[in-house]
Ligand binder design. Structure first.
Ligand SMILES: NC(=O)c1ccc[n+]([C@@H]2O[C@H](COP(=O)([O-])OP(=O)(O)OC[C@H]3O[C@@H](n4cnc5c(N)ncnc54)[C@H](OP(=O)(O)O)[C@@H]3O)[C@@H](O)[C@H]2O)c1
Length: 505
């Protein structure tokens, strides 16, 4: 089922800023939100819109997945590496939220990309006389050697501050909320592992903060103009070790988890193992684990002079995240922006030649199109693939072993889908209600693959044709071997999948 419009998705209880002690200033000129397809940006936009601001969102790549997501916002397509596009995005903007981050590029590439993006942004903002930039970065004590990720967050802040546009910097540590990568890592470790071997850095301290409080601070500093040009550390009420975070989460979900100190602590090994047991891919896990080596606690609480509200506790933040998941109301997730620039990936209808390999299975059915489409839209995630689930899991595990996205990414919502959402190792490329679901493969393979499920009416009859088509495009020898080797398995899986979709409708 496609997602309802944003206004229907948000109940009063979903709004983070309803008790924010500041007054909205919608008369202010346009606000730009960059990184709107990301975890933080995606949650900030609805809050600004509901407070009456004129919002322009900046996304990369294909607009199709975003049409209908923010019906009240203006959407521009711009890449921070392209100054021409940035000029369009920043034209007539009063305040710009800078939420661009390339962590998903992995440890070797993200630093240079993030600095280049910030430099371009700062220059164009200055040229177009933007009044303020608001940036959310990371906490860390600058007097000690920092992990590459935390250091990069500081360097981006420094880069943005080099211009004449006043910058408000918010620095946060681990953000706890449904869909956050850090939360999903600790949640999965505790839920599925009875014994966790802890690296020595698990005794380091951090100051986690709930996603709702981060959004409140982001909106709050906009509404307190005296915060322009200042830097603030934001955190929850507790300072705790990572070990304590794991133990607290275990007690909340009633798991008996044994936390055992490891004799040696090797980042690469830890990152690999953690990524095998959690939905979060190795590139992100590695950067986050490197960050555990540093204590990330607020150095000052000067934000309280401007924004007075009590941040919620770690326990409350986890309970809210669990409730959101149970209610199937996770609005943004780290996987929305992974893999990097997935929106720029070649689409099936953009191929300049016919896909080389196609496997198609059809079935005539008298079930209504709505019921068939509903079954199609429930595949993957906790529901599984209706048939031969172990084969899908095995493929996911193999992908994970080779550092792919794997199947444990699951899906954001159990029921609703929209273009660009993730379903296990697929991403939705096209979705036409009661007609078509087209998935693009993001697992490691020697070529490009798509899986299409369509429902076609048969003229003059009360029956329709349900079709599953697998497309594979490769020009490599190994790719051909891969396809032919899997042909018997595909035949078996897709034939049964189509049967099950029909039965479950
Ligand atoms: N999430 C946390 O737990 C956390 C904790 C502390 C601080 N923060 C800070 O919060 C900020 C936002 O983080 P996040 O978690 O929301 O990140 P995220 O989910 O990874 O999103 C990053 C966003 O940046 C966009 N982007 C990357 N490169 C771009 C480019 N060249 N041009 C235009 N857009 C580009 C991505 O667009 P695509 O979708 O096109 O890739 C995506 O929308 C970061 O500064 C981060 O340090 C986050």
């Amino acid at each position: 089922m496609a997602k309802p419009p944003m206004t229907e998705q948000f109940t009063d209880n979903d709004l983070f800023c309803r008790d924010l002690p500041t007054i909205p200033m919608p008369a202010m000129c346009r606000i730009l939100v960059t990184g709107a397809s990301g975890y933080i940006g995606g949650r900030l936009v609805p809050e600004l819109l509901i407070r009456g601001y004129r919002v322009r969102v900046m996304i990369r790549g294909d607009l199709r997945g975003h049409i209908g997501r923010w019906p009240d916002a203006e959407v521009v397509v711009a890449d921070a590496f392209n100054t021409h596009q940035l000029r369009t995005a920043l034209k007539n903007i009063h305040t710009a939220y800078y939420l661009i981050h390339s962590l998903i590029l992995g440890p070797s590439d993200f630093e240079e990309a993030d600095i280049r993006a910030a430099r371009n942004f700062r220059k164009v903002a200055e040229e177009l006389h933007v009044k303020r930039i608001i940036y959310l970065g990371g906490l860390g004590d600058i007097r000690v050697p920092l992990s590459s990720h935390l250091r990069n967050r500081m360097e981006v802040a420094e880069e943005l501050c080099k211009g004449t546009t006043p910058v408000t910097i918010l620095r946060a540590a681990v953000i706890i909320g449904s869909g956050s990568a850090s939360y999903e890592i600790i949640h999965h470790l505790v839920r599925y592992l009875p014994v966790i071997i802890l690296p020595r850095w698990a005794k380091n301290r951090c100051q986690p903060i709930a996603i709702r409080d981060v959004i409140k601070y982001l909106v709050g500093v906009l509404e307190v103009s005296r915060t322009a040009g200042k830097s603030f550390d934001i955190g929850g009420p507790e300072i705790m070790t990572y070990q304590k975070m794991l133990a607290t989460l275990a007690s909340i979900i009633h798991r008996r988890t044994f936390l055992i100190p490891a004799p040696v602590s090797l980042i690469g090994v830890y990152a690999y193992l953690v990524s095998l047991f959690t939905p979060v891919p190795n590139a992100i896990v590695r950067c986050l684990i490197e960050g555990l080596k540093n204590e990330v606690i607020c150095q000052n609480d000067s934000i309280k002079e401007y924004l007075r509200f009590p941040p919620i506790s770690f326990r409350q933040a986890v309970l809210r995240a669990l409730t959101r998941e149970d209610q199937d109301r996770v609005s943004t997730r780290w996987s929305d922006a992974y893999p990097p620039a997935q929106e720029l990936a070649l689409k099936l209808d953009e191929l300049d030649h016919e896909t080389r390999f196609i496997s198609r299975h059809s079935r005539v059915t008298d079930k209504p199109a709505g019921a068939l489409f509903k079954s199609i839209c429930r595949i993957g995630g906790s529901e599984g693939w209706y048939t031969s689930s172990w084969l899908w899991k095995l493929r996911g595990l193999l992908d994970r072993i080779f550092m792919g996205v794997g199947i444990s990414r699951g899906r954001k919502s159990r029921v609703h889908l929209e273009i660009n959402d993730v379903i296990d190792f697929w991403r939705i490329e096209d979705l036409v209600e009661n007609r078509r679901l087209l998935l693009r493969a993001e697992m490691k393979m020697p070529g490009r693959a798509w899986l299409e499920m369509t429902i076609d009416e048969i003229n003059g009859q009360d029956t329709r044709i349900l079709t599953v088509t697998a497309y594979f495009d490769t020009s490599s020898f190994f790719g051909r071997i891969y396809w032919y080797a899997l042909t018997p398995i595909h035949f078996f899986i897709f034939k049964n999948l189509i049967k099950q979709i029909d039965h479950k409708s």
